[in-house]
Design a protein around this ligand. Structure first.
Ligand code: AGP
Length: 605
């Protein structure tokens, strides 16, 4: 997710904007830019660091005291100078910066082009500057209000115009914006860290609000245009707390961002009622005639691949093969021009995944990348790309990128099913629309309990087991990896049916076993596996979905997640396990965001 700053006052805007942007660098970005009004619009952009942007201003900054700035994390259009914000209208008098995703930008763009507007970038954002231009009739705020009625999606916007040298317009819709209050000046930011060096008094805009900010005052309007009284608040966070939005660690923040990440993954791809729209990213010709699918990935992304393989096996008649990228690279693989190779990687830079993808490509496969990073090597080398849109993931342990991968794979499975069988399972996609709210309810109802269990039980042990059957096995594997990776506790994931083939020997009194029970057709089998554990006095923490069932003979503790379509359960059950890993790690005093011996992006073999 990108960063926004703005300023209107009496000081020179450019240095203040750059200062604010630097405070947002921790979030990750691929390009940056500012616009300053004096008396015309002066735009400076770079595909690179803020330092590169600063270098553009060494010859002197424009003296204007109104401006906006942006750090971009690419979503639509690769990282480039053209795609960096701010974006202007045809006349070059209106500049816009934007966070979020405009879902209906393609149809808006087509319409605006038909009306004669000329676009210069590949972004969804540019439609906003042209819409404001279209509706402009002397009042910038009114033009922005009219423009946003046309937008679908999530957006925080800052808009300036050279015709209004004392006016900064801000809009918030599902993407945060805060107005910092100074002495005869106001600051705008998407994130509090950008304000802290200037002020501790702020207005937090509510969803749907539009603000007209001048150096003298702020007027706030709701979506119907009625003026509202903004409430100020005092910001007490220190700068480090502010970067993490008050969470103790980035990992915890990112765990909690999952409802929003899933909404972003679905944005523009799934209409109300579950209508699927993927053809723009994955053209029909690209998947026509495929007979077999290879899924390749590493670590957490590999667990997503296991989930995807299961779904594709259930939903399509395709032959599905899933493999760790590091193994795939050096094995005989049966690839032909009817193979669809799906490479999954949060970063898009993992050396093994790139190596495996190149091998499949050289053998004639069609390559589909599922990645979170626009313009990454994987995205550039693949034939088609499906972006997960989870936003930058800063903690080394992958959380929101994982669930966004699962969500993308659901969409993809339905899409391939539609292509191979002419129809797809509407319940799967309808259920997906409910997942964000269901995730949010897990935090409300389960987090305190998981924290207690983690602090009191898990933190003190040295060995744990994670059990599941079917789709729950892929989730169990992800749960065990999280615990190992950040809490440094040995954890082993097993297909529950395999326990009796050897590992049961390690189940002793008090050994914690985390089990997943969400797949109705496997529930009885799983419960009898758990009774084997209980008979040896192992301690079972069960994550289940079925409220009618009595689990008392099979588990010591039962945590119920909201009921969903069984194929979607992994999007919910992983949350308690992420929290378990997180709270266990904090109880043990581990460096949660930077665990030992690991890197966020593994660019070596
Ligand atoms: C996840 O928590 C890990 N840190 C790690 O397994 C990661 O998923 C793996 O290295 C693959 O990374 P990628 O998704 O960026 O390719």
């Amino acid at each position: 997710m990108c960063g926004i700053v703005g300023y209107v006052g009496r000081a020179e805007a450019a240095p203040l904007l750059l200062h604010g942007l630097k405070k947002l660098e921790y979030r990750g970005y691929d390009s940056a830019g500012i616009a300053v009004v004096e008396p015309h619009l002066h735009i400076y952009k770079t595909q690179g660091r803020i330092a590169d942007l600063e270098a553009l201003l060494t010859e002197g900054v424009p003296p204007g005291s109104l401006g906006i700035g942006h750090t971009r994390w690419a979503t639509h259009g690769r990282p480039s100078w053209e795609n960096a914000h701010p974006h202007c209208d045809c006349s070059g008098q209106i500049a816009v910066v934007h966070n979020g995703i405009i879902e209906n930008y393609l149809e808006l763009r087509k319409k605006l082009e038909g009306e004669g507007h000329v676009f210069r970038s590949e972004t969804d954002t540019e439609v906003v500057s042209h819409l404001v231009e279209k509706y402009y009739a002397g009042d910038l705020c009114r033009a922005v209000q009219a423009a946003v009625t046309q937008l679908k999606g999530s957006y925080a916007l800052a808009v300036v115009s050279s015709r209004h040298p004392n006016e900064l317009i801000a809009v918030r819709h599902d993407s945060p914006l805060v107005i910092g209050v100074g002495e005869g000046e106001y600051y705008l930011a998407s994130d509090i860290p950008a304000l802290l060096d200037f002020t501790r008094t702020a207005y937090i805009l509510d969803d749907g609000q539009v603000a007209r900010i001048t150096r003298e005052s702020v007027a706030v309007f709701n979506q119907h245009g009625a003026e509202q009284l903004p409430q100020t608040m005092h910001i007490s966070w220190d700068p480090v707390q502010a970067e993490k939005e008050g969470y103790a660690h980035f990992m915890l923040k990112e765990i909690h961002e999952q409802p929003r990440a899933i909404r972003q993954t679905l944005a523009g791809r799934l209409g109300v009622g579950g209508a699927l729209r993927l053809a723009e990213e994955i053209p029909a010709d690209f998947v026509r005639g495929i007979t077999n699918v290879h899924l390749i990935a590493c670590g957490t992304a590999y667990h997503a691949a296991l989930y995807g393989a299961y779904l594709l096996q259930e939903c399509t008649d395709l032959q599905v093969h899933v493999e760790l990228a590091s193994e795939y690279r050096y094995k005989r693989t049966r690839v032909n021009d009817r193979t669809l190779a799906i490479a999954i990687s949060q970063s898009g830079e993992t050396a093994d995944t790139l190596g495996a993808m190149r091998k499949a490509k050289a053998a004639g496969a069609r390559i589909l990348a599922i990645t979170n990073v626009v313009g990454s090597t994987l995205a550039r080398e693949a034939d088609a790309v499906m972006y997960t849109h989870a936003g930058p993931e800063i903690a080394v342990a992958s959380t929101k990128a994982y669930t966004a991968q699962l969500c993308s794979l659901c969409l993809l499975a339905a899409y391939l099913q539609q292509h191979s069988q002419g129809t797809y399972d509407p319940d799967l996609l309808r259920g997906l629309l409910e997942i964000p709210d269901q995730m949010a309810s897990i935090f409300q109802t389960c987090e305190a309990r998981i924290k207690e269990y983690s602090w009191e039980r898990l933190a003190a042990v040295s060995d744990t087991f994670f059990l599941g059957r079917g789709l729950d096995l892929a989730s169990a594997m992800e749960g065990q990896l999280k615990l190992k990776e950040i809490a440094y506790i040995h954890a082993e994931a097993l297909a529950a049916g395999e326990l009796k083939h050897g590992t049961l020997a390690l189940i002793e009194p008090g050994v914690p076993v985390v089990a997943l029970a969400t797949q109705p057709h496997l529930l009885d089998k799983l419960l009898s596996n758990l009774r084997e554990v209980k008979a040896r006095h192992g301690e079972v923490f069960l994550i289940a979905m079925d409220r009618q069932r009595d689990f008392s003979q099979a588990a010591d503790e039962v945590l119920l997640v909201p009921r969903t379509y069984p194929m979607l359960a992994p999007l919910l059950t992983v949350l308690p396990m992420q929290l378990m890993a997180y709270y266990t790690a904090t109880a043990r005093g581990c460096d949660v965001d930077k665990p030992r011996n690991l890197a966020k992006s593994v660019t070596v073999e």
